[in-house]
Design a protein around this ligand. Sequence first.
Ligand code: SF4
Ligand code: SF4
Length: 500
Amino acid sequence: MNTAPDIKKEDRRESYRDSVATITKDGRRNYINPKKPKGRFYNLRTRFSIFYLVVFFTLPFIKVNGEPLLMLNILERKFIIFGLIFWPQDFFIFGIAMLTFIVFVILFTVVFGRIFCGWACPQTIFMEMVFRKIEYWIDGDATKQKQLIAMPWNSEKIRKRVVKFIAFFSIAFIIANFFLAYLISMDELIDHIKNPTANLGTLISLLIFTTIFFFVYWWFREQVCIVVCPYGRLQGVLLDKNSILVAYDYNRGEPRGKYTKEQKEEKHDCKCTDCKGTGACNDLADKFTTMFPPKGDCIDCNACVRVCPTGIDIRNGTQLECVNCTACIDACDDIMVSINKPKGLVRYASENSIKDGVQLKFTSRIKAYTAVLCLLLTLLTFLILSRTDLDARLMRTSGMTYSSLPDGRIANLYNLKLANKTHKDIPFTLRLEDVAGEITPVGSGKLIVPKEDYTNLQFFIKLNRSDVKGWKKIITVGLYENGKILKTIEAKFIGPEVYE
Ligand code: SF4
Ligand code: SF4
């Protein structure tokens, strides 16, 4: 989606569509060396990133009742989210939660554009706030980096490359460990690391993850956002003219033009706050306008382009490559201050607010997404609150009919499958709730469901003939823990069709 009209030169206006900044004319990778950003947004993002990194590296160590606070064990289909264990039986809750999350992301994107990418996406945080900072520290700023790339393999280049390789690989290895800890829990990971020969799978996974992370942050970089990330691909359909994005105010900036030496020298010493030193006030206005035909505020310095980690020119309008990292806002603000113009030529704004000065509107699209989100949130809350710690499935044993006992009673054989979603063992007893009769488990052993595990139990239910009035009867079985009812389950009881 491009929105910036009236950009001075025709070729410049449209030619950017013909190429991708990160690919050279001959189809090779154009490695971007963005200038180090500085400014209020960059500082704020650095603080946010420190917070996220602390959370990321701390969460796997936090436990609730001996279990991790967060674990997403995809292989064993076991998920612990804020201490709550979710099993495959809870898959519909998980599905609704995912759906709610997706609608939330859509709504958030419709209103705030790609703010997530710039401020909270792990890829951007690790790339821009960890690896890129280390790169600036080792290789220097953009110019020095380019010089290093161009220079032959001398001792300086070899030293810097080796140091950078070790730093990047070590951090990739640490990230891979924590990534794995989120999948199998930190305790398990430490166990596996202590005994690597018995857990070769973990070791291989660690090496694979480390290599992937290293490859991404050493070489692939912004290509993740531009080529791989599905969220990035969706921007074209999610954003509209009311979405708030990092945008260039073309009304204010165009026609752009170089800031001339004469212009600099002509700054008058007016102390008023209206013209901010531009000379466009009072008696100097005529003189100034005659000398310098009116120009937009953009002085075509390219500072915003030089800091862009995806190599784009934000003045061309909203582009899919833009991850809303705010580096261009900081760069342009810096320039505006230096030429005594107000900040915000590049800023967070919607197309409509730039074009017509219209502020954010609660459009019917936003209303519809909000309504769907509220419905899903209500459903999700209900499902979570009504979710039980013990799942029970009771069925008559398939292929078996009833049996008549010598004492005249009728017996049915049942299978009970129990899933314990808590962190403690649950001992239980069974009782018939609405009919007199007897429950006789098959085999001996304690009736107990181990923590975070399943148990299967077979038992007979024996009823008096007089209590079975037809060929089929619905009975209710109660599950008790220390005399306290946990839940009731209904089951079918069959008997002979006709009774005397
Ligand atoms: S930094 Fe600002 S003034 Fe310089 S080219 Fe970009 S938009 Fe124009
Ligand atoms: S144009 Fe580039 S620098 Fe500006 S927000 Fe987008 S990605 Fe960042």
